[in-house]
Ligand binder design. Structure first.
Ligand code: GMT
Length: 386
């Protein structure tokens, strides 16, 4: 198939999934075109079958507002026409589903025999934070309904979408995934020596884009409770609006020599591989890809029981889940994992097993392929895939 994938380039789960999907589809013989405003940070080196198309949004001195929706729709039209796309797969509804809808209308006005199907994948905040905002909700619901196919990354997000927007559309749940062969614990001794020094010291880690929904100050508060019983180090990986708040709190709590702010990193495997516990006390999480990446590296996750996280983590078996405000519960599980080596190993091994059993790309990507085929067959029964 000829597949166009529209995604955000910035650090975030939807861009990572879209890029990994593109890479795996290309490796499986499809002709894949990624459309984004910048090179997605996980794109990596050149791969046959995978082409990147930059969406340029020219600025005009009269407008304060960048016209990304229009430039993206135009780029989708151009790529769909030039590359004879069968599928346009929009990751994140806002505004990608709308741009894809607009592009298809434009294509239909010029050559309706060559229309790609539009598939939208809902990732989370496009529904739970943005899409349900009254400033956007009608357009987002309309664009979702106008897609030929809609997927969500968890049952929880599907339920949220139905509750918030009530789109007249079936939503297929296809969970997020990893390249399980590539995503594993690596030998990162030198990284550990340089960052932490003491080989006996325990390490906690948090990776996110430091938006309010990630509750990075709760990460620091859990860590402070942990340190009262089991002095450790905390790696804070990422950046975003709440970075300053977290830095300030670390200073106020006198933890500056134990907390390492590392900024955005595209290679998280070495950092996960030197960690003993991953903290994710989010207010909301449609899936929790960052948790899945930790689990693949056998790092036990202590997280909030919200959104799709219970579909990824089974409390007490392959990780620990608590009410978002139960920082004490999170701290106690973290302490147990840092002080009981057997427990840490058992939970870490079970976590890797869960990832391998349920969330490997080799099992999930064929579900996207099947969904593309099914949607194409439904939308143009006689034409089939060209
Ligand atoms: O979590 C983020 O900050 C980024 C955001 C995104 O759309 O890029 O993540 C959402 O999509 C990810 C990939 O499907 C999910 O793993 C995250 O759980 C989800 N984030 C939230 O729901 C807060």
């Amino acid at each position: 198939m000829r597949i166009g994938i529209v995604c955000y380039a910035s650090v975030g789960g939807s861009g990572i999934i879209a890029t990994e999907l593109g890479k795996m589809l290309a490796a499986r013989g499809h002709d894949v075109h990624i459309l984004s405003s910048d090179t997605p940070f996980r794109l990596g080196e050149y791969q046959p079958g995978l082409t990147f198309h930059r969406v340029e949004t020219p600025s005009y001195p009269l407008f304060r507002e960048p016209q990304y929706l229009l430039s993206l729709a135009t780029k989708i039209v151009q790529v769909a026409r030039n590359e004879r796309l069968d599928v346009v797969h929009a990751h994140y509804a806002v505004p990608h589903a709308t741009a894809a809808y607009l592009a298809r209308q434009i294509l239909a006005s010029t050559d309706s025999s060559r229309l790609p199907v539009v598939i939208t994948t809902l990732h989370g905040t496009d529904i739970t934070l943005l899409g349900n905002d009254r400033s956007y909700s009608e357009t987002v619901a309309f664009s979702i309904e106008q897609s030929d196919g809609v997927t969500a990354v968890s049952e929880s997000l599907k339920a949220d979408t139905i509750r918030e927007l009530a789109p007249k559309k079936d939503i297929r749940v296809i969970p997020n995934f990893l390249d399980c062969a590539a995503h594993r614990r690596v030998d990162a001794g030198p990284v550990r020596d340089r960052l932490i020094g003491d080989p006996a010291a325990k390490v906690l880690i948090h990776v996110s884009n430091f938006r309010p929904v990630k509750r990075v100050t709760a990460v620091v508060k859990v860590f402070e409770r942990v340190c009262r019983q089991a002095p450790a180090h905390l790696l804070m990986v990422g950046g975003g609006p709440d970075l300053d708040k977290a830095t300030r709190l670390v200073g106020e709590l006198g933890l500056a020599d134990r907390v390492h702010f590392l900024g955005e990193q595209d290679q998280v495997l070495p950092l996960l591989s030197i960690s003993d516990v991953f903290l994710l006390p989010s207010a909301q999480e449609s899936f929790g890809l960052a948790a899945l990446e930790a689990m693949a590296c056998k790092v036990p996750v202590v997280a909030s029981r919200v959104g799709g996280l219970p579909e990824v983590i089974e409390h007490g078996r392959d990780g620990f889940l608590y009410a978002p405000d139960d920082l004490e519960g999170m701290a106690q599980s973290a302490v147990a994992l840092l002080t009981d080596r057997g427990l840490n190993q058992r939970i870490g091994d079970a976590a890797r097993q869960t990832v391998k059993a349920k969330f490997c790309g080799e099992n999930i990507v064929p579900r996207y392929e099947a969904y593309y085929e099914e949607t194409l067959a439904r939308s143009r029964p006689s034409a089939g895939v060209r």
